[in-house]
Design a binder for this molecule. Structure first.
Ligand code: 13P
Length: 252
């Protein structure tokens, strides 16, 4: 049985004080509502210490949105996995399409980050997803296959329990456009079969696959009802309690 896993990617939003205030109210709401899903929030690096403090004692996972592809050294402006671990952050989102699109992260770079995070014992949410052009030209499956095969290269079968995949079609991110539950399920099914081919059917069966792209209170239920949709990676609608609480309590 795969436990539903819903995450909020704050991107470059909320200052440390805004983030801490919101995270404290989220922790309070979670204590009251007791959602059945696993919950994660990913603030910006500088907000992490204040947010960790604000959710102390709750089960909310605080993750990073990215990390460096090197352990330590002369890499100005970068944040290492060890620095995150030292704060108490054990989960990292890698390969987000905004990292791929705006910061030139290739599948190879993302793979080295995945391997590094796993070597440090961290949990990884690996993002994959196609652009509109790639979908329209019939390349959806080729793109997902490449992102998974290269992104997971040299990841050992026993490390796969540390991996969550987030399927985020680029055309659905921040656009208000959502993949239909059927489209999402089909892509997730393909991701699961690709992982089964690389590893095994039992690893694929246990793999948690989140959907991301304009997830909101109004569409989360229909998405989560699909067999292969095990969670959500929420951007815009994760930035306030008003919008995020109904998402994490979608099954109430
Ligand atoms: P939106 O929910 O704002 O479309 O963002 C999705 C996303 O990129 C989450 O990582």
């Amino acid at each position: 049985m795969r436990r539903p896993y819903i995450a909020g990617n704050w991107k470059m939003n909320l200052t440390p004080s805004e983030g801490a205030a919101y995270a404290a109210s989220l922790a309070e709401a979670v204590a009251k509502e007791k959602p059945s899903c696993r919950i994660m929030i990913a603030p910006s690096f500088v907000s992490i210490p204040a947010v960790l403090e604000a959710v102390k004692g709750s089960d909310i996972i605080v993750a990073a949105q990215n990390m460096a592809d090197h352990l330590a050294g002369a890499y100005t402006g970068e944040v290492s996995g060890q620095m995150l671990l030292d704060l108490g952050v054990k989960t990292v989102i890698l390969g987000h399409s905004e990292r791929r699109q705006y910061y030139g992260e290739t599948d190879e770079i993302i793979n080295s980050k995945v391997l590094l995070a796993l070597s440090l014992g961290m949990d990884v949410v690996l993002c994959v997803g196609e652009t509109l052009e790639e979908r329209k030209s019939g390349n959806l499956e080729n793109v997902l296959k490449r992102q998974l095969e290269v992104g997971l290269k040299d990841v050992k079968p026993e490390q796969m329990e540390k991996i969550t995949i987030a399927y985020e079609p680029v055309w659905a991110i921040g656009t208000g456009e959502t993949a239909t539950p059927e489209d999402a399920d089909a892509a997730h099914k393909f991701i699961r079969s690709t992982v089964a081919a690389i590893y095994s059917s039992s690893i694929a069966e246990n793999l948690v696959i989140q959907y991301g792209g304009s997830v909101k209170a109004g569409n989360v239920k229909a998405l989560m009802a699909k067999e292969n949709v095990d969670g959500a990676l929420v951007g815009g609608a994760s930035l306030s309690l008003e919008q995020f609480l109904p998402i994490i309590t979608y099954d109430k």
